[in-house]
Design a protein around this ligand. Sequence first.
Ligand SMILES: N=CN[C@@H](CCC(=O)O)C(=O)O
Ligand SMILES: [Zn+2]
Length: 412
Amino acid sequence: MKNTLLIKNIGLLQTPVGSFSHKGAQQGENLKLQQAAVLIEDGIIKEISQDGMLPIGGEEAETIMDAEGQLVTPGLVEGHTHLVFGGYRQHEIPLKLKGATYLEILKAGGGILDTVRHTRQASFDQLYQKSFDFLDEMMALGVTTCEAKSGYGLDLENELKMLKVVKSLDENHPMDMVSTFMGAHAIPDEYKGRGDEFIQMLCQDVIPVVAEQGLAEFADVFCEDSVFDVPQSRTYMECAKAHGLGLKIHADEIEEIGGSELAGELAAVSAEHLIAIGEKGMAAMAKAGTTAMLLPATSFYLGKTFAPARRMIELGIPVAMASDFNPGSCPSLNLQFAINLGYLRYKLTPEEILTAVTINPACAIGRGSRVGTLEVGKQADLVIWDAPDMEMLCYRFGSNMATQVIKKGMLV
Ligand SMILES: N=CN[C@@H](CCC(=O)O)C(=O)O
Ligand SMILES: [Zn+2]
């Protein structure tokens, strides 16, 4: 007996189409079906109808949900988080308000290194429970697939602990998780002034273990002034690649030191942040087909400018947007806020934004064939919104606009 769910009375069903990264004009192309219905069988989309018609056999579905004439989109895909961490960093705010910068706090042994100390002290169970609760909150906000990075352990034992938390979350929480190894997130105290040696240690002792135990699909590095320079980032990424991991890089977040060009050179799947990117970096990314994983809430929280998203679309770079949830530069996991900023600060259209929070991040985390669009044969991850259209979602902010979240055909 198959599990069937019919969602009827959808005022507008809006989705990108196709399981590939959308760039240029395609970024703004969405399918829009009026008076639609979706029939789901065993967690997979079986049929989509429009114009008030119902899918064949729809009326016999085990469960029937009424979307009450509202907007339905694919479940949001969160392509960049630092979900698992010990402690919080609220004590940094008074320092920041007095003028201390993000990198100054890090150089003084705070910032990421403060979170490293708390994460090393935390047990697996503590980290698991805290992250589990974050995922509940995220899912209620419309996210159905989530990437999570390690990078607050910075040694073999604690990096594995973080990655095992993500694996366990994937097994036990309805959220689909994608794991990224980010051992090169900062230079830990015990390697202070010895960044090259730290990278060598990661390459020799950690990446091979992570890859062998299948604990990550991607590797990421913080390529930034006074963190990891371009040669160090290249060494780390080449090693990760040799061990079968897909490549990501935090590039041009604060200073433009060549990270986005390196992303292009190594054909990274995505480059993250890109607030300070220039024309050369964008040209390299466009040539390589690297996705720009933009994090507008971090620009907001650090008081920075916003990445040149419109120029990226013009140049044919696939644009994705994510929350960057982490305890320092963005302590918010609300991807709906990124939608608002994408509209008001990046000046993307509602259609481009939908692509940026569904199929483009899905492709950038290796899930494009399964999620990110509403099409027959794809996983039934979708959101019913308290909104008639995407314009309303882009315009309203600060409230949770998701009314119902359906994961693999089940109401969560
Ligand atoms: N910039 C590097 N990493 C994170 C911040 C991590 C932290 O501050 O704890 C980011 O992407 O913003
Ligand atoms: Zn990040």
